[in-house]
Design a protein. Structure first.
Ligand code: SAM
Length: 263
C-alpha cells in the first residue's frame, strides 16, 4: 500500500508510529525513528517504558476480566502489536468484546486485516476527543451493550491531550455512558523528574503534543469513582506479576497508572 494513498503522512512523526518504534515494531518511518532518537537522549530507558506500559495493559485487562468486565472500549489503542487487548481479554473469556478506537490511518489499515476474522472485535477510526460521535458509532453500538459493565481504557493517551481540550470532560463523557460496575483504566506520563520535563519539551516541539501531569493531576481523572488498590502508582508497582523493584529508576517512574470502578 502506498502511504500517501492511505492518508499516511511520512514527513512528520506520528504518535502511533513512534510508539511502534519503541516497541521494536516495523510499522514506522525514518521521521518516527528520528523522533525517538531525540527522546532517547533525555530518557535512554524509553524502550523499557513502552514495555512497562504494554505489561500493565495486560495486567489491567486481566484484572478487569476477573472483576467480571466482558467488554472493552480501548481509546487510543495504537498499532496492533503482540498481546493486544482482545488477545488478553479473549484468553480470559472467549466471548469478550473489544472496540479499538484510534485516529491514525495506519492503525485502521493494519487493524482491519488483523481483526477481519474476529467477530467480537472492531476497529473504529475516530478522534477520541469526540465522545458523542464515538459512543454513537454503529460499530460501537453493535458490539457494546451499554447496560452491562464496560472497561473504558485510556492507556498511554491522555498526556497527548492539552488542558484546553478538556481531557477531564472527555473522560467524564465516556464514564457517564457506561453503567455501574464499569472500570476506568488510565496510564499517563508523569511529571516525575527533570528527565520527564525534558522529554515533555521534546514531545511538544517535535510531536506537537505533550502534557506530563503530576500524580495529583492524573488522580483527578478518577474523581467520582473508586480508585482500586494500589491506587495510582508508577507502572511497575501496579499489581506486579513479579516482585516490584525497591528503588525505581527514572524510566520506571516516567508513567503512572491506575484503575477505578464506577459504583
Ligand atoms: N493504548 C496503546 C498502549 O498503551 O499500548 C497505544 C498507546 S499510543 C502511545 C497512543 C495512541 O493514541 C496512538 O496510536 C495514537 O494514534 C492515538 N491517538 C492520539 N491522539 C488520538 C485522538 N485524538 N483520537 C484517537 N486516537 C488518538
Amino acid at each position: 500500500m502506498d502511504a500517501w494513498k492511505a492518508g499516511i503522512d511520512t514527513t512528520r512523526p506520528s504518535i502511533a508510529r513512534a510508539y511502534d518504534v519503541v516497541l521494536n515494531g516495523k510499522d514506522n518511518f525514518e521521521v518516527d525513528r528520528a523522533f525517538v532518537a531525540e527522546i532517547v537522549k533525555v530518557v535512554p530507558e524509553i524502550y523499557d517504558v513502552a514495555t512497562y506500559n504494554r505489561q500493565i495493559l495486560g495486567r489491567g485487562v486481566r484484572f478487569m476480566c476477573a472483576e467480571g468486565v466482558t467488554q472493552f472500549i480501548d481509546l487510543g489503542s495504537g498499532l496492533p502489536t503482540v498481546e493486544n487487548t482482545h488477545h488478553v481479554a479473549q484468553r480470559a473469556n472467549p466471548e469478550a468484546r473489544v472496540v479499538y478506537v484510534d485516529n491514525d490511518p495506519m492503525v485502521l489499515a493494519h487493524g482491519r486485516a488483523l481483526l477481519a476474522e474476529n467477530e467480537n472485535t472492531a476497529v473504529v477510526t475516530s478522534d477520541l476527543r469526540d465522545p458523542a460521535s464515538i459512543l454513537a458509532d454503529p460499530a460501537v453500538r453493535e458490539l457494546v451493550d451499554f447496560d452491562r459493565p464496560v472497561g473504558v481504557m485510556l492507556v498511554g493517551i491522555l498526556h497527548h491531550l492539552h488542558d484546553d481540550e478538556d481531557p477531564k470532560g472527555i473522560v467524564e463523557a465516556y464514564m457517564a455512558a457506561v453503567p455501574p460496575g464499569s472500570h476506568l483504566f488510565i496510564t499517563h506520563f508523569c511529571d516525575s523528574s527533570q528527565e520527564a520535563r525534558d522529554a515533555e519539551k521534546k514531545f511538544l516541539a517535535l510531536l506537537g503534543t505533550g502534557r506530563f501531569r503530576t500524580p495529583e493531576e492524573i488522580t483527578a481523572f478518577f474523581d467520582g469513582f473508586e480508585l482500586l488498590e494500589p491506587g495510582l502508582v508508577p507502572l511497575p508497582l501496579w499489581r506486579p506479576d513479579e516482585p516490584a523493584p525497591a528503588n525505581l529508576t527514572v524510566g520506571q517512574r516516567l508513567m503512572y497508572g491506575g484503575i477505578a470502578r464506577k459504583g
